[in-house]
Structures are given as C-alpha cells and as structure tokens.
Design a protein around this ligand. Structure first.
Ligand code: FE2
Length: 426
C-alpha cells in the first residue's frame, strides 16, 4: 500500500479538486488523480474537504452545567459570573472531567479538533485545572487542547488569584489569562495587564486576556495590552478576547487604537454568539450589538478569529460545538456579506484560529498533520449557509466520526419525492 488513507476527489476551500494521501498521522500528498492505493479510501467527490475547525476561546470547566444550581435570569455577564461563583463550590474533579469529555465528543462529531479553553484558577483547590489537564491527556489522540490560566474573579480582586495563576502555570497550563475589566479599578486592570504579560514573557508563554468585555466605551485595556506586547517583545503571541467595548468607543480614539494593535501583532478573538447575547443588556433602544470592529481590524492586517466561548453554561443556554454556527452569527452581526468576507469567515474558524493558537501543524498541506473534515457542501460559503453536515472527520490519520448525507423527503403531488438540502435553493 502506498498510503494508509486516501481522501478522493474532494474540493478544497480554494476551489481545487484533489486527492489527499495520508501516511500515518501526516498528509503526504495533495494532487489531482493521485496514483497509488490505501487500506482505506474516503470518497469525497462533490464535497468540501477542509482543515479542522478550531475554537480559540472556550470555557470547558463550565460547559454543560446549564441550570446548576439555577439559570441566569438577567442574561448579563455579571450575573453569569455570580452564578459561576455559586456553582464553583459544588464542582468535583469527576463532574468537570465528565462534562468536558462529553463536550469533546460533540466537538469531534462537528470536526472541531483544536480548542483553547480558559480554566478558572480562583478556586484554591484548582480542581478544574487538574481535571482539564487529565482531559487534555485523554483527548490528545484527536483534539489539541490548550489551557489558559484564567483568574475569573480578578487577578488582584480575588485574594489568592495571583498565587493560583502561578500554581496553575507550574502545573502545566499553557497560556496566561486575565480579566482586567473586572478588577476593582481601571488602574488595577491596567496593572494586571502589565504583570500578566511580564509573567508570560518570563516563562515564554502566550497571553490571552478577556479584555474589555463590556459596553463601557472607556474600557481601554486593549491599549495597554498592545503596549505591553511591544515592550516585552511578545508580538504574535498575544490575543485580546472579546474587545466588546471597542463597539462603543469614540471613532477618533479607535482611529489611533487600531494601528497600535496592528503594529503590536496582537490578535483579536470576538465571540459573536455570546457577545450579541450578553452585551447591550443595559441599553434601551437603540441597543448596541457589542461586537468588536472585525472588518476594520482585518483591513489593517490584524488577525481576527471567531471564538465560541460558551455552550450550555451560566452565560449561554444554547450551543452545539459547531464553529459554523459561530461563524454564521459573526458574519451577520459584523455584516460580512460580500463573497470575500463570507469566505473569510470560514477561514477564521479554521486557518486563522490555528495561527492565533500557534498550531502550525494544522492545515491542508503536505507535511501537515492529517486532521481534516469532509463536509456536505461544495464550497466554504455553502458550508456556512447550510451549517453543513460533517460527513467524515479525520484526526491524526484516523476516521473518528462519520455521518450520512442528510436528505429530506417530500410528499407533495407534482414535486420530486427527495430533495437534497444542498440543491433546495438552486
Ligand atoms: Fe470567555
């Protein structure tokens, strides 16, 4: 046998039709009419073959806990944080692990093969850190899991958060997190950005801060984050998550801020499902959307990826681990309706998110890891329109999920009995 696995005849996101040869865990050939045989062949003719979906912002310690001990009545970020505070003392290692593993099963079925999760370090037991480090090992054969040490209750505001953040990093957590807008004062928020970036620089780690997740136009911690990134030489290793205040900022100030973010090489991770749900709750009408300035940052070369943030937890009562849902919402709220922008939305939940997380081994290319997804769509825009079925998911050279094409049957006189979803609108 020439290969272990060949995916035949799929359409790549750039429109090329090609066969993909896989040996072991690696893509070893991508070419039309690939010669050779394999133990397993996947027929992808007429289907989109994509790099895996990647989520750069999630909370796996909270997922699938919706309703425990109660639901979020106001729907605000702040009640969500308070509710999470009620849930934290009830957590056990087993419960966190089991819910996370159940979520990872959903993720695999959706072709979501790399996730960056924040993990709350404001519980002195650090049991969620231990549980998710266990989960990371368990799922390593099919999902890349990156952990962020996240002082949810404030790096300074919570008395042991600073010490616990360091402990979590010592235990093997990958990325430094923070929440400057939740510190007691703007000045404390600014100081926390500086100290967290210094910790990351000293340890050679990446930074991903929940930054300015508020409708307050004067919440400007992203400015400090860009400054510290430059000062400490962290270019390319820092992300600002949410940045929702930028939606409400003064336009003149933004015209100064965006070039500073671009110059510093700071990435942005808006989370459209959650931002549209949580922000604007204090507004009457007009009601703000609470999504950061996506197209405007992209126009200056800032790397912007869509994140999911929450599924069935104190902040969000829905969700399916489907990054196409995330991109679909982002596309609408950011009004990314041109063909180029729609295609970019698909790229954001695959290649751009890989770049933000530093996952150079993922992507459709010879020498890359053989992790990919076959979708029941003919191109990325159609995949978004349909939130297309994932027909086959391959992780590290092995088929890990399969689903049949979804057809709908009609019983209408004079109409065909069966209509494929993809062709209904054509
Ligand atoms: Fe978050």
């Amino acid at each position: 046998m020439d290969f272990d696995l060949i995916v035949r005849g799929g359409t790549l996101p750039d429109g090329r039709i090609a066969d993909i040869g896989i040996s072991g865990e690696t893509i070893t050939a991508i070419e039309p009419n690939l010669q050779g045989s394999a133990r397993t062949e996947v027929d992808a003719s007429g289907n989109l073959v994509s790099p895996p979906f990647i989520d750069p912002h999630f909370h796996m310690d909270a997922t699938l806990s919706y309703g425990i001990p109660r639901i979020n009545a106001s729907g605000t970020l702040l009640e969500g944080i308070a509710l999470w505070g009620e849930l934290k003392p009830l957590l056990t290692h087993e419960a966190v692990r089991d819910r996370a593993l159940a979520y990872c099963d959903w993720a695999v079925s959706m072709g979501l093969l790399a996730i960056r999760t924040h993990v709350d370090v404001c519980d002195d037991r650090l049991l969620a850190v231990e549980a998710l480090l266990d989960v990371k090992k368990t799922i390593a054969p099919y999902i890349d899991l990156q952990l962020v040490a996240f002082p949810q209750d404030g790096f300074y505001r919570s008395p042991t958060a600073r010490e616990n953040t360091i402990r979590a990093l010592d235990m093997g957590v990958d990325v430094v997190g923070g929440i400057p807008h939740f510190e007691r004062t703007m000045a404390d928020g600014t100081r926390s950005v500086t100290e967290l970036c210094e910790i990351a620089a000293k340890r050679g780690l990446m930074v991903d801060l929940h930054c300015d997740e508020t409708d307050d136009p004067l919440s400007r911690h992203i400015e400090q984050l860009a400054y510290e990134t430059q000062r400490l030489g962290l270019q390319g290793k820092v992300a600002g998550s949410h940045l929702t205040s930028m939606h409400s900022m003064d336009n003149y100030y933004v015209s100064k801020l965006l070039p500073l973010i671009a110059e510093a090489g700071v990435s942005a991770i808006p989370n459209p499902l959650i931002n549209i749900m949580l922000q604007g709750r204090h507004d009457s009408f007009p009601k703000r959307r609470g999504l950061t300035r996506v197209k405007e940052m992209q126009a200056l070369g800032v790397r912007v990826g869509w994140g999911q943030d929450c599924v069935l937890d104190p902040w969000y009562s829905l969700g399916t681990a489907d990054m196409l849902d995330v991109a679909f919402m982002g596309l609408h709220v950011a009004q990314m309706s041109s063909p180029a922008d729609m295609a970019r939305c698909f790229d954001m939940v695959t290649n751009v998110n890989a770049a933000i997380m530093g996952l150079d081994h993922l992507g459709l290319g010879v020498g890359k890891r053989a992790s990919l997804v076959v979708l029941d769509a003919s191109n990325p825009i159609e995949a978004l329109r349909l939130r297309a079925e994932r027909i086959c998911v391959i992780a590290r050279g092995k088929v890990v999920a399969e689903r049949t094409r979804q057809d709908s049957r009609l019983s209408i006189p004079g109409r065909p009995a069966q209509v494929n979803r993809r062709h209904q609108a054509q």
